[in-house]
Design a binder for this molecule. Structure first.
Ligand code: ADP
Ligand code: VHF
Length: 374
């Protein structure tokens, strides 16, 4: 099977579009181009693919709206430009998706949101819920509250983090070059396109060393880093020219355009490894024999009804150990409730959670996607 088949089969994708493309090299939002991407994304959604868009361009659009011809150096001016430009950006995405009777949603995130376990779970639940409702999340960095990202202009990394977050099959990065070349094509006209590699291939570092375009900030280095990050949760990355005619649809048809960067291992194995290696446990839940059985044999989620006891102090999103009644550890996972909440709902059926807590954030104590058996 050709590796391109993975792109054809993907059911959940993150599509990241850089500033240079979206703003027509700084001449304001390129609405016709954006409309063409939306048409292709709408086709994907009709086929049953879930899509999250990561859209840069707020600073560039803000600069146009404010009449600035040069990217400001002061961070607070960049932040101000981003705040102004974000309005135009989401309005345009929304208007274009409305043509297809689709709702879009603005989601502003920071890298910190995705490293804090509680916010990670919250962001994940919100994005998943939007996707369940058939809404297209339009993600950008929350530039008002952070400065690092805006300085490095690194929405490539954000794209990869979002791909990890929603367990996407793949990340498609649309940029102003046809893909990753063996050297920077702006400086070397004879540079050749790389069609397919393992994301971890060290040769790629040398190829991607050439810096960014005038509007984008990260260049190919951040795209390569993003591909490696996405690969950690088993997702492939395609870096492809957003100006190529029908780029997204052609990728979907398996055409060998752009650069495909492949993970070393599959999605489930990668995620389980990440869960197993990255997190220390903060507490312990004792589960009954029935729960042990469905976890171990059925690969199912842990529901509150199977929990007999809760030990330790932990917050939502932290890693806890699941032990059987003899104290033997059977699994670990990211818990959906903090320790007090977990104690209150332990042993109860999921439809009683609202009666006990006054709200329900998740039916599961630990979702199977966030759990590894030990
Ligand atoms: N090996 C390479 N192959 C392709 N492009 C490269 C390479 N090395 C550096 N680049 C530069 O990276 C730029 C794309 O990155 P960037 O400007 O950050 O775009 P975006 O806004 O899409 O994130 C290209 O215009 C190109 O000049
Ligand atoms: N979040 C900011 C900066 C992001 C940025 O420049 O990213 P990119 O063009 O993808 O390298 C924006 O939307 O303008």
């Amino acid at each position: 099977m050709s590796e391109r088949e993975q792109v054809r089969r993907a059911r959940r994708l993150v599509i990241k579009i850089g500033s240079a493309l979206l703003t027509n090299d700084g001449r304001g939002l390129d609405v016709p181009a954006l409309a063409r991407w939306v048409d292709q994304i709408a086709d994907l959604i009709r086929e049953g693919v879930e899509v999250v868009v990561v859209s840069s361009g707020s600073v560039a659009e803000g600069m146009t709206r404010l009449g600035w011809s040069r990217r400001p150096e002061h961070l607070h001016e960049l932040q101000a430009a981003a705040a102004v430009g974000q309005m135009g950006l989401v309005q345009t995405w929304e208007a274009q998706f409305r043509r297809h009777d689709r709702n879009a949603a603005q989601v502003l995130l920071t890298h910190d949101d995705l490293s804090d376990r509680k916010r990670y779970l919250n962001a994940r639940s919100t994005l998943r819920t939007l996707l369940d409702f058939g809404v297209i999340p339009i993600v950008n960095e929350n530039d008002t509250v952070v400065t690092d990202e805006i300085r490095f202009g690194d929405n490539d990394t954000l794209g990869a983090l979002v791909a990890n977050l929603i367990e996407a099959d793949g990340l498609i990065i649309l940029t102003d070059q046809d893909g990753l070349f063996d050297s920077d094509p702006r400086k070397h006209p004879d540079a050749r396109l790389v069609t397919e590699r393992r994301a971890g291939d060290p040769e790629l570092d040398i190829m991607a060393g050439g810096g960014a375009g005038a509007l984008g900030r990260g260049g190919m280095q951040t795209k390569l880093r993003a591909a490696r990050l996405a690969a950690r949760s088993g997702a492939f990355t395609v870096i492809v020219g957003g100006r190529l005619d029908q780029a997204i649809s052609r990728l979907r048809e398996g055409e060998e355009i752009g650069t495909l960067l492949l993970p070393e291992q599959g999605r489930i194995a990668a995620r389980k490894q990440w869960l197993a290696s990255h997190l220390q446990t903060r507490g312990r839940v004792t589960i009954d024999a029935g729960a042990v059985q469905v976890l171990c044999r059925g690969g199912r989620s842990l529901l509150p009804v199977g929990v007999k006891g809760v030990a330790g102090q932990f917050r939502r999103g932290e890693m806890v150990s699941c032990v059987d009644e003899s104290g033997q550890e059977v699994a670990r996972g990211l818990i959906n409730y903090d320790s007090d909440e977990a104690r209150a709902i332990a042993g109860r059926s999921s439809d009683r959670i609202t009666d006990v807590l006054g709200y329900v954030s998740d039916e599961e104590m630990i979702h199977r996607d966030n759990m590894v058996l030990v």
